[in-house]
Design a protein around this ligand. Structure first.
Ligand SMILES: Nc1ncnc2c1ncn2[C@@H]1O[C@H](COP(=O)(O)OP(=O)(O)OP(=O)(O)O)[C@@H](O)[C@H]1O
Length: 261
């Protein structure tokens, strides 16, 4: 039986009178890649931020890695935050720091880690993210969008997280760069046993990378399941998204692309 690493129950999020989530339930299992989809403004990023501890819910419970975010102590939340990694759309790097310095930053929270070990670990994560060794000395402004994303990924992986949160990892990448990023995510999840919470609009990514999909609509998780199950869901947005011409193209693409375990 798969272990639940994220358990969300009765979640409510709102900004003033604008209710984004209401009665939202979700389970995420250890080692899976969960793709979170939904229309623009359906609350995918807000859900990611709430689970990752970057913002507090108005009501409901969020339990991650056995820690309830409302009853946990500050110390427990600090330990929990070191067990997850978050990669934002544009990498969210500090522009005044080199890539290596950006990746080293989370490692500074590890007590008694010698500076040379920290540097070596940062370089390791940079190469795991598919960047050349030399990229470590570059500043974010000197990198392409795709390289910045990989640098953001390297930083998210710095502390060997158990859960990786990715917000639109392939947005803005050309199709070849996006496919390469999909392959990298799949490889990392399989080799490191990572659980991945992946917010995306990219149908190719859903087909290539995700074990299960969660669809956000009507302020909650409408349905979860493997991508093939989505074709049977009787809901206008789900049908339009998963049965439209782009979905058909993604299915055809993936049929000709070997899925790497
Ligand atoms: N800090 C905030 N203050 C006020 N409203 C917010 C805030 N953050 C998000 N919202 C609102 O919450 C709703 C959900 O936003 P969110 O960014 O989660 O959507 P999304 O599903 O990720 O959308 P997209 O696919 O367009 O990125 C939106 O209507 C947004 O305007």
């Amino acid at each position: 039986m798969a272990q639940t690493v994220i358990e969300v129950r009765g979640l409510r999020n709102q900004f003033g009178a604008h209710v984004v989530h209401d009665g939202l339930n979700l389970d995420v299992y250890r080692g899976e890649v969960l793709g979170v989809v939904g229309g623009s403004g359906s609350g995918k990023s807000v859900l990611l931020r709430t689970i990752a501890g970057l913002q507090r819910q108005a009501a409901g419970t969020v339990r991650m890695l056995g820690v309830d975010n409302q009853t946990a102590t500050e110390a427990e939340l600090a330990v929990q935050s070191r067990r997850i990694g978050v990669m934002f759309q544009d990498g969210a790097l500090f522009s005044s720091l080199s890539v290596a310095e950006n990746v080293e930053l989370p490692l500074k929270s590890v007590p008694r880690l010698a500076p040379e070990t920290r540097r070596a670990l940062a370089r390791l994560k940079i190469s795991m993210s598919g960047l050349p060794w030399s990229a470590g000395d570059k500043y974010p402004a000197e990198l392409s969008g795709g390289m910045r994303k990989r640098a953001g990924l390297a930083r998210a992986l710095a502390l060997d997280p158990e859960i990786l949160f990715l917000d639109e990892p392939t947005a803005g990448l050309d199709p070849i760069g996006a496919a390469a990023f999909d392959t990298l995510i799949r490889k990392l999840s399989r080799t490191m046993g990572l659980t991945v919470f992946l917010v995306t609009h990219d149908l190719d990514t859903l087909y290539a990378v995700c074990d299960r999909i969660a669809v956000l609509a009507e302020k909650r998780v409408l349905v979860t399941g493997p991508i093939d199950d989505m074709l049977k869901v009787d809901h206008p947005w789900v049908q339009e998204y998963f049965q439209g011409p782009r979905a058909r193209a993604a299915r055809d693409t993936i049929a000709t692309r070997p899925r790497r375990e």
